[in-house]
Design a protein around this ligand. Structure first.
Ligand SMILES: O=c1ccn([C@@H]2O[C@H](COP(=O)(O)O)[C@@H](O)[C@H]2O)c(=O)[nH]1
Length: 279
């Protein structure tokens, strides 16, 4: 069985270094002329899938915007994930789960076990109950070729007060997370399956990201003010491992699928230029 790191490496080589988020904000539904209900959500997602599902390496549905419609919204999430998989996109569910280990095991079953209706290629996870509490996610991901992206230095300004706090050993909370994930990826080729989330907005981090040997998801581009040109400042020598992620910047170009595709091509070209990867 191929690891998530291997599958991601190939998807990026074939389709380019880009993750597009599906974040059906109420304001976007309205701007697209859709109703703020399950029917609008379904139409929105079907349009995004049709426009970009066959051309973007990774698509990242934001779970919150589906959960707000209850069981029927989650039903739309399930079918969106299936459609994306059929079109060859890797699915990364942005759900930022974390809990005591025995509960994390249930989250691992929900998202990373292929028999689950919500099965995805990878999830985002929160390390604030301790990176070790996420062990069931790591083991389930490893068993089934999945991936986990753990929050390290998030794109929002409030994150720094927790993530940059310094512990007894002199390392920040974020550096502890970075070091533990680096350990999990040690020796993996061409890329480990365990990633980190580092916002494109955070500027020079003062953290060592060079030996992570896994994907570095960079949200915060576009709507939150991050730019592809700024990625070099944030990631330095780790730049080749960066997976840039856009949601509103691309989604705001809809509802015409051709316009969504054009916005995707534009941000992908910007990311390729910033990362120095060829077409
Ligand atoms: O540090 C983080 C972690 C996750 N996110 C999520 O990414 C998207 C960003 O959406 P934009 O419209 O491109 O701003 C959203 O789903 C966040 O929950 C993040 O922004 N920062």
């Amino acid at each position: 069985m191929e690891t998530f790191g291997t599958r991601l490496h190939r998807a990026v080589a074939e389709r380019g270094p880009l993750c597009v988020g599906i974040d059906p904000h109420p304001g976007l539904l309205t701007a697209w002329g859709l109703s703020d209900d399950v029917a609008g959500l379904e139409r929105f997602c079907a349009t995004v899938v049709e426009a970009i599902g066959d051309r973007v390496a990774v698509v990242k549905p934001q779970s919150a915007f589906f959960e707000r419609f209850g069981a029927r919204g989650v039903g739309v999430l399930e079918s969106t994930i299936r459609q994306l998989r059929d079109l060859g996109a890797l699915t990364l569910l942005d759900v930022k789960r974390g809990d005591i280990g025995s509960t994390v095991a249930a989250y691992a079953s929900a998202y990373l076990d292929p028999s689950s209706p919500l099965y995805v290629d990878a999830v985002t996870a929160s390390p604030y109950l301790g990176v070790g509490s996420l062990a069931p996610m790591f083991s389930t991901a490893a068993e089934h070729g999945g991936g986990v992206f753990v929050l390290a230095l998030t794109s929002n300004p409030e994150g720094a007060s927790v993530q940059r706090a310094v512990g007894a050993d002199g390392r920040t909370v974020a550096q502890t997370v970075i070091d533990e994930i680096s350990q999990l990826n040690r020796g993996a080729e061409p890329l480990g399956s365990f990633g980190l989330v580092v916002g494109a907005t955070v500027g020079e981090t003062g953290h060592d990201l060079d030996s992570v040997n896994g994907p570095l998801l960079a949200p915060g581009l576009g709507a939150q003010g991050g730019t592809p040109a700024g990625l070099r400042t944030v990631f330095g020598a780790a730049l080749p491992s960066v997976l840039p992620s856009y949601s509103r910047e691309v989604l705001g170009a809809g509802p015409d699928p051709a316009d969504l595709r054009a916005a995707t091509e534009r941000v992908l070209a910007d990311c390729r230029a910033a990362l120095g990867t060829a077409d």
